[in-house]
Design a protein. Structure first.
Length: 451
């Protein structure tokens, strides 16, 4: 049988493309070597958030007194948290499989590899069988990057994020190498469950791609809470459970030890199984695609982390929608508004942002106006976040008064950042956004208050 589309990788990009194309009546074969849902669902977004929510419940219970609630003998069961996480993941995986259960979609479990390609036909092998398709979509995702640090490989003390999520017991102490999104979310998880945490970040600040004023709010709270955060600090080597670091400011050297060392310094595109596509154009190890996710090869497309653009599950899914829409010649042709992609860091308090930051506006020579307010200008925030101030910032084009970026810290800003994303996507002016009615009382009203 010859398929219309062969998809390698069953993550958010792969299963979204398979569902969309097969529902349009096109025969699709989807290859996934692990579990459908990819990194995000199985060893990333969902399991992390499940554990973080459990940790937040424990944290809230132990800090309930400030709301007039007394809870005695509060305890947590990490094994039970892990069990619940597994159940959540299994249910979601089953849901995806059900969505793909139609006569036009074939799901193949196994590691796939491209055998050959012409402009008319792509041949893929998996489990000793070969499959032919008119078009190929590469959704092979990304893998944890292992930095070239002496002593990091084959070290029983060293974890990556997958190892940490699979652990059945909490470490007595942990060092987290990397203060990016993954590192800070794990720092939140372990800290709220009582594990001493040290974060080591080579950059001058944690979460370096986010608005600095927003990051400073989190940084101040976490340092007061007892999380040891070392910025501008380089890891020189690892010896068992000991990490040798050097300050890039003072040149002071220090040795830190912990029961576990979690390394989370980024991810790299996974090109495994694509060796036969030796004329596929890459940039810094990622596949180059156009605005419709097409590669330099006429019938080969790529979506998700493997493109090296924005490594977020919702970006991957949107890329897949655009790619399939183009392949099916659906009119009007859709494009991705990369300037309006929302992102969230699930720390406590959580951070949500969309669009450019104040710093990025300056780097782009954009004349920008910044408006900001503490989140306490929202009555709902005040009622539910005792002792917190939070912050919300808007970055505006000074001349046009269009909204270029929105950046918030404070719970639950992740739940209303989509409204800001819509404003950035549509190029709303402050006058237009001012006409939007927000329900009262909600934390989202902070956006209206700033305008």
């Amino acid at each position: 049988m010859k398929y219309f589309l062969a998809i390698i990788g069953g993550g958010p990009a792969g299963y979204t493309a398979a569902e969309k194309a097969s529902k349009a009546g096109k025969d699709v074969v989807l290859f996934e070597q692990n579990a459908v849902g990819g990194t995000c669902l199985n060893v990333g977004c969902i399991p992390t958030k499940s554990l973080l929510y459990g940790a937040k419940q424990y944290y809230n219970a132990t800090h309930a007194q400030k709301y007039g609630v007394t809870a005695e003998n509060v305890a947590f069961d990490f094994a039970a948290m892990q069990k619940r996480k597994t159940i959540v993941v299994r249910k979601l995986v089953a849901g995806i499989k059900q969505r793909l259960n139609n006569e036009h979609c074939t799901l193949v479990s196994g590691a796939a590899a491209v055998v050959s390609r012409t402009d008319e036909l792509v041949t893929v092998s998996c489990n000793g069988e070969t499959y032919e398709a008119e078009n190929l979509l590469i959704c092979t995702g990304s893998t944890n990057f292992v930095p070239p640090i002496p002593g990091i490989k084959e070290n029983e003390y060293v974890w990556d994020s997958t190892d940490a999520l699979a652990a059945t017991e909490l470490p007595k102490s942990i060092i987290i190498v990397g203060g990016g999104v993954i590192g800070m979310e794990f720092a939140t998880l372990y800290h709220e469950l009582g594990v001493p945490v040290t974060v080591i970040e080579a950059m001058p600040t944690i979460l370096p791609n986010l608005d600095q004023d927003i990051v400073n709010v989190l940084l101040e709270k976490y340092k007061k809470a007892g999380i040891n955060i070392l910025t501008s600090t380089k890891v020189e080597s690892i010896e068992g459970g000991k990490v040798n670091v050097k300050s890039q400011i003072s040149n002071d050297q220090l040795q830190i030890s912990a029961e576990r060392i979690l390394v989370s310094v980024g991810r790299r595109a996974n090109l495994q199984g694509l060796e036969a596509l030796n004329d596929l154009e890459l940039n810094r190890g990622a596949i180059i695609v156009d605005e419709f996710m097409k590669t330099n090869l006429p019938n080969v497309y790529a979506c998700g982390d493997v493109t090296g653009k924005i490594m977020l599950a919702h970006v991957a899914a949107r890329q897949a929608e655009v790619m399939v829409g183009r392949l099916l010649k659906q009119i009007p042709l859709q494009r991705i508004a990369y300037n309006a992609i929302p992102s969230v860091v699930y720390t406590n308090p959580e951070i949500a942002s969309v669009g450019i930051t104040e710093q990025q506006a300056a780097e782009l020579n954009i004349e920008a106006e910044v408006r900001q307010l503490p989140m306490t200008f929202s009555g709902r925030f005040m009622a539910e976040n005792e002792g917190e101030t939070g912050l919300c910032k808007l970055v505006l084009d000074t001349k046009k008064q269009t909204i270029l970026g929105v950046h918030c810290i404070g719970n639950p800003c992740s739940e209303f950042i989509a409204a800001a994303s819509f404003a950035v996507r549509m190029g709303y002016t402050t006058a237009e956004f001012e006409q939007v009615v927000f329900p009262h009382p909600t934390v989202s009203e902070i956006l209206h208050e700033i305008i």
